[in-house]
Write a protein that binds this ligand. Structure first.
Ligand SMILES: [Zn+2]
Length: 323
């Protein structure tokens, strides 16, 4: 077998109250002389898109190394299932502790379980040349493949994000940043981390996953993780740039059931009907959701039951569009 054969190893373990041990694992493809990169997924236990991306990356690397054992210069680490307990029980957070793991970073090696797991992941990822943390929105909203970047780090991260074969780069102002995420904690300590959001919770969108895989391996090749002569899948997606000035949030005017009439990720016109909210008790329409601008429908409600104020959609205004 090649020296590059993948190894699955435990990076965090803790004894469970009864008998078993919880083990959180990563797969490592180790080269000898290039940079180290990592992909993280499953921080939220209801988000599966990133788990499939890890599988596709592993499959792509295994096939590559079978035909070209020297194609991997650097090291690739895949962390597909960080919140194992959440994934096991179909919960977004860490069960029992009722904690959103992505609000527990940078963690502490002597704290409770969420803190210890966070600290172990920080230690494992620290010093990597690039980390990609993959999220899948949640079960309520469907998203196009995008990178979300805190303005504080845009000089460092936007040039990388532009080459990742995604459709949107969303720059967030510092005020909205959640400082206890794995990405923020890594970026603050000098390890570049991109947050990818795509698809929807509890589902896999294979075409989005393959689109991201193509972008990731293309960036790895440019970074010298892969040999220069490695053939990578074609990339054709050029991201739009969104920020707080051109993203419009559409919230429900009434509670009820949302029935979409527009398709996700399409161009919409100002005033266009995107969906209606109806009641199971009545035959009429309670309220309508209409686009406030000419733009691109890049977020769309997936889960039908809504409360007054629930987010139904996000539309990014086109440049020069009426607002
Ligand atoms: Zn998430």
């Amino acid at each position: 077998m090649s020296e590059h054969q993948a190894k699955t190893e435990t990076f965090f373990t803790i004894e469970m109250p009864y008998r078993e041990r919880m083990e959180t694992r990563r797969t490592v493809f180790a080269g000898s002389r290039g940079p180290r990169v990592a992909v993280v997924a499953g921080v939220h236990g209801d988000e599966l898109e990133g788990l499939y991306v890890c599988h596709r990356l592993a499959a792509w690397l295994e096939e590559l190394l079978q035909s070209s054992p020297d194609a991997l210069l650097g090291s690739v680490e895949l962390y597909p299932a960080v919140n194992t307990l959440g994934l096991d029980t179909l919960s977004r957070g860490l069960p029992v502790f009722d904690t959103d793991l992505n609000r527990a970073f940078p963690g502490s090696a002597t704290g409770p379980l969420p803190d210890r797991l966070s600290a172990a992941l920080m230690t494992a990822l620290s010093g990597a040349a690039l980390v990609v943390d993959i999220h899948a929105s949640n079960i309520y909203l469907r998203e196009i493949p995008q990178v979300r970047i805190d303005h504080e780090f845009d000089d460092l991260l936007v040039p990388i994000a532009r080459r990742m074969n995604l459709d949107l780069i969303w720059l967030h102002s510092a005020a909205t940043v959640l400082e206890t995420t794995v990405a923020h904690s890594l970026n603050c300590t000098g390890t570049p981390c991109l947050v990818v959001e795509m698809g929807v919770g509890m589902r896999i969108t294979p075409e989005f996953c393959d689109q991201l895989v193509a972008g990731i391996v293309t960036v790895w090749k440019e970074m010298g993780v892969l040999a220069p002569d490695v053939a990578t899948p074609p990339t054709s997606h050029v991201p739009l740039i969104a920020d707080d000035s051109n993203v419009h949030y559409l919230n429900a005017q009434t509670s009820g059931m949302f029935i979409p009439t527009a398709s996700h990720w399409t161009d919409v016109r100002r005033g266009e009907l995107l969906g209606t909210i109806v009641s199971p008790f009545r035959g009429d329409i309670l309220s309508e959701v209409r686009s406030p601008v000419d733009g691109i429908l890049f977020t769309l409600r997936e889960y039908p039951l809504v409360y007054e104020g629930s987010l139904m959609a996000r539309v990014m205004a086109r440049k020069g569009g009426r607002t």
